[in-house]
Each structure stands twice: as structure tokens, then as C-alpha cells.
Design a protein around this ligand. Structure first.
Ligand code: XMP
Length: 518
């Protein structure tokens, strides 16, 4: 099995530590984030990093129990890059001096100018004399540790960029990982080059590794996989199928709350195209029966979640003798984050709609995407030959159309909603906007309004269009469609979808709204 060159990011609790990993992965460098309190000398020896990065963090090196790396990190003989708090830690531990903020705190944009001597870390920087960087620090370095020199300064940070070239220790006061440091990616590129990384973290290599790992883990046992039709579970299923063929059975729970044509597409893709053993569990009656008369959003979610597990379990049992459950868990779900509210904490989410099931059924987990970020999963999907239209699909929530149908769910409303949603998505595709939008859908409102069509009065449902831009679904902004697009879409929906006579556009951002209506 290939062993990738590895970079270790020691996390001191910065809000943007994950971005460091993103920048490195973009450079085909394999890295892992580990909280400072989990990294000791034994860990370092086992991890064998080719380079180490100290993240930023909200603490002060003067605080009692201030987060520190193990002393052994400085004698590994590998390059180290300290960022913000990471810089202060380096100076503090290596014999320099850090002082408290008191008027020198700096937040936001700053401009760094170079010192007289060039530094490999800064290759490609300062072509226009200065570089914009993003600062966010309270304390600051007031005296460099022995061996360090200054290579860049800003008006409020005389030690903005520092380095001990002999030891390949680099320390910067700003955050090169954020977009407000436009040349930050270049700095990471130089750092990994200086550390001798060859860019061996490619999707082709990952695929081969992952397949070997799955085979080694599973042996000749059977695996079941809950397929939702979303990108993560689809990529996981295709990868596992490539590794172990028909030892894998996929269970696709159809709760009757899917979009138009969705179940057919999933079946066509996985059963017909990939030839996977696929159980299409059409449980529409069960779910819609249980949701009859339910209008409270939380009750809807809980009902769907509970039934989902029951149904999945029933079909998983039917497969007979499965010992493993496959899940599309991603790296952001497993990163242990440093929390300063209640001490270092572990926030590992129980993922997907089958939480608790592995223990209950005595199944072990197969999670071949655990090391990947979302866009890397998409890249792996492309590598595996999944169609672009599938990989680029907007997210779709587990509870499906139930949470796009505020109030009571009826079959009539679901049918209308499916048609309206299909028209909206078709409009978006026709205008070439699908890939610019993070998520788009229609919600059917629990209200009928009066309209006039032809010579007659209508009394039909109103609907809301929702389309947002977002990076991770945590925050979102409404998409700025042209009035022409909105008008054209409203006309099409009202003409093509019996049951709707009024169309509105939801222009709420998140926060304060959520993306879904429930
Ligand atoms: P909200 O509505 O909370 O949604 O702004 C953020 C993102 O998460 C999706 N979402 C879900 N996905 N199960 C899921 O798998 C759920 O219960 C669920 N609720 C919301 C939502 O579609 C959006 O992408």
C-alpha cells in the first residue's frame, strides 16, 4: 500500500484551521489536523510528518495551561510553519519574547512589505512591492528567538514574517490560509516545496489505496450501504463496489418524499448501470401514513428518522450475514476540534440517517471517505467515472420534501410540489445557472390564494422558490436572479403546474433564515 508523504497540522483552536488543510490538499499534499493536546512525542514518532504547521488560536501564551506543542516537535528536523498564535508559541518556546496586546492588537487587512533578503517561503511574493494579508491577533512577538530573522513587516507587526532558515522554521503573524490573504496559497506552495513534498496525494492514488484498504478490512464478509442518491453515499458505494463487487448490497429507502424521477434515476444508475445488488425499498405508504396529520416540523423529522432506521434495519437483516455497514462520513465530520469553552472537546457527529444502527445490529463501519473534504469526494467521483450531472447535484435533505411542505403533508401537495420543483430546476439549468447555485428548490405553502386564469377565478396553492449560494450550508445568501428569470419561471410554473396560482421568491439569507423551510 502506498504511504503518502504526510504533513501534520497541530490545532490550537483557530476558527480557520480547516482552511489550512484545504490549501494543502489543493497542492496534492496529504495532511491531518490534530488537537494540540492529543499530540505528544510518541504521536509525532508514529505520524512521521515531513513538515508541521502550528495553527492559530484564541489563547494567549501567558494564559495558565496555554496550549503548547510537545517539545520534541522542534527536534524532528522537519520544517515548521507557525501561524499567528503558532508564531507566538514558537517564539515563546524557542527563546524569543511575546507581549500582551495593549493597543497593538490588529484585526483585518494589513499590508506587508519585504525585508532586504529573499526567502524561499516568499517566492512569488512582493512583485508589486507589498502584499495584502489578514491579521487577527491580540498578543504579538516583541523579540525574535535566536536564529530567526525578519523577512516582512507591516505597520503594526514588525515581525509579520520571520524565519530561521537553517532549521527551516517559519513563523508568520497573519493568516495565509484565508482568502483575504490573496497570495497565501503561494506561501503554502513554497512551504511544502521547501519541505520536499512531491504532491503525491492524487485522487488516482487515493482510489487505489482506498480499494486496497477496503479489501483488507472487509475480507470476504458482506457489506450493506444505505444509498440516498446524494454524492457522498453514491461515491462510497461505487468505490466499495469496485473493491469487493457483489459482497456489497445497497439499500435505497424510498420514503415517498423524493423529487420527480429521483427513485428511477437512482435505480437506473446503480442497479442497471453499475450492476450493483440494490434493494429499492418503496415504503411510501408506511412513511406517508405515519406523517398523516402531522404538521410540526420536529415531529416530522423524528417520525421520518425513526421509520428510516426501522426500514433500513429490516432490509439489512434480509441481506443476511452482513458484518459491515458502509457510510459516506467525510473528514469535516471526524476532525476533533479544540474548544475553549469547556476544554478540548471531541465533536464527532453521528452521521447520516442510520445513527445508532451499527451498535444495534453489531455491524462494523466501513467509511472510505473519512479522509476527504466534500470537493475531494466530488473529484473522487469523477475519478470513478460517475457522471458530472450526478456529482454536481445540489444537496437534498434526508427528510426530503417533507420539510419543503410546511404544515400537513398530503399526497396532493407532494404531487404539485414535485412538478413545480422540476420546472424551477429546469429553468435554472436552461439558463446555465445550476452550478452557480448551491441549492435550489420549491416549497409549497400551506395557503391557498385567489387568482384569475382565462375567464375563471382560481383558488390554488402558493409556492416559494428558494435558491441560495453557500460554501458549506452553514451560512447562505439568496441567489440574485434577474427579474426576467423570476418572471419567466413564475409564468411557467403557473401554466405548467395545475394547483399553483401564485409564485413568490424567498430572499431571506441564513442566518436569520434556514435554507430549508422547516
Ligand atoms: P438548513 O435548512 O438547516 O440546512 O439551513 C442546511 C443544509 O442541510 C440540509 N439539511 C439536511 N440534510 N438531513 C440532511 O441530510 C436533514 O435532516 C437536513 N436538514 C437540512 C439542507 O438541505 C441544507 O443543504
Amino acid at each position: 500500500m502506498t504511504q503518502h508523504q504526510r504533513l501534520l497540522i497541530i490545532d490550537f483552536g483557530s476558527q480557520v484551521t480547516q482552511l489550512i488543510a484545504r490549501r494543502l490538499r489543493e497542492l496534492n499534499v496529504y495532511c491531518e489536523i490534530h488537537p494540540f493536546n492529543k499530540v505528544d512525542d510518541a504521536f509525532l514518532a508514529a505520524f512521521a510528518p515531513r513538515a508541521v504547521i502550528f495553527s492559530g488560536g484564541p489563547a494567549s501564551v501567558f494564559a495558565e495551561g496555554a496550549p503548547m506543542p510537545p517539545a520534541g516537535v522542534f527536534t524532528l528536523g522537519v520544517p515548521i510553519l507557525g501561524i499567528c498564535y503558532g508564531q507566538q508559541v514558537m517564539m515563546h518556546l524557542l527563546g524569543g519574547k511575546v507581549e500582551r496586546g495593549h493597543g497593538t492588537a490588529e484585526f483585518g487587512r494589513a499590508f506587508v512589505t519585504p525585508a532586504n533578503r529573499a526567502l524561499g517561503l516568499l517566492e512569488g511574493w512582493f512583485s508589486e512591492g507589498r502584499e495584502q494579508v489578514w491579521m487577527s491577533h491580540g498578543d504579538h512577538v516583541s523579540r525574535l528567538a535566536p536564529g530567526f530573522e525578519v523577512f516582512g513587516t507591516s505597520p503594526n507587526a514588525p515581525f509579520a514574517i520571520t524565519a530561521d532558515e537553517a532549521r527551516r522554521f517559519y513563523a508568520v503573524q497573519f493568516h495565509p490560509e484565508v482568502h483575504h490573504t490573496p497570495q497565501g496559497a503561494k506561501l503554502y506552495e513554497n512551504f511544502v516545496r521547501l519541505a520536499g513534498f512531491t504532491g503525491d496525494w492524487t485522487m488516482g492514488a487515493y482510489r487505489a489505496d482506498a480499494i486496497a484498504k477496503i479489501r483488507a478490512q472487509v475480507g470476504d464478509a458482506k457489506v450493506i450501504c444505505g444509498l440516498s442518491g446524494g454524492v457522498d453515499s453514491s461515491v462510497a458505494a461505487v468505490l466499495i463496489h469496485e473493491a469487493i463487487g457483489d459482497q456489497l448490497t445497497c439499500v435505497f429507502v424510498d420514503h415517498g418524499l423524493l423529487r420527480q424521477g429521483e427513485a428511477e434515476q437512482v435505480v437506473a444508475m446503480f442497479r442497471d448501470h453499475y450492476n450493483m445488488p440494490l434493494i429499492h425499498a418503496d415504503e411510501t405508504e408506511l412513511f406517508l401514513g405515519a406523517l398523516d396529520g402531522v404538521s410540526d416540523p420536529e415531529v416530522k423529522r423524528k417520525t421520518i428518522g425513526r421509520l428510516f432506521i426501522d426500514v433500513f434495519q429490516k432490509h439489512a437483516h434480509a441481506v443476511g450475514g452482513a458484518r459491515f455497514l458502509a457510510q459516506g462520513t467525510l473528514y469535516p465530520d471526524v476532525i476533533e476540534s479544540v474548544s475553549f469553552s469547556g476544554g478540548p472537546s471531541v465533536t464527532i457527529k453521528s452521521h447520516h440517517n442510520v445513527g445508532g444502527l451499527p451498535e444495534k445490529m453489531g455491524l462494523k463501519l466501513v467509511e472510505p471517505l473519512r479522509e476527504l473534504f466534500k470537493d475531494e469526494v466530488r473529484a473522487l467521483g469523477r475519478e470513478l467515472g460517475l457522471p458530472a450531472s450526478f456529482i454536481g447535484r445540489h444537496p437534498f435533505p434526508g427528510p426530503g420534501l417533507a420539510i419543503r411542505c410546511p404544515g400537513e403533508i398530503t399526497r396532493e401537495k407532494l404531487a404539485i410540489l414535485r412538478r413545480a420543483d422540476a420546472v424551477f430546476i429546469d429553468q435554472i439549468r436552461r439558463h446555465g445557472l445550476y452550478d452557480e447555485i448551491w441549492q435550489a428548490f420549491v416549497a409549497i405553502l400551506p395557503v391557498r390564494t385567489v387568482g384569475v386564469m382565462g375567464d375563471g377565478r382560481t383558488y390554488d396553492f402558493a409556492c416559494a422558490l428558494r435558491a441560495v449560494t453557500s460554501v458549506d450550508g452553514m451560512t447562505a445568501d439568496y441567489y440574485p436572479f434577474s427579474h426576467e428569470f423570476l418572471g419567466g419561471t413564475a409564468t411557467r410554473i403557473i401554466n405548467e403546474v395545475p394547483g399553483i396560482n401564485r409564485v413568490t421568491y424567498d430572499i431571506t439569507s441564513k442566518p436569520p433564515g434556514t435554507i430549508e423551510w422547516e
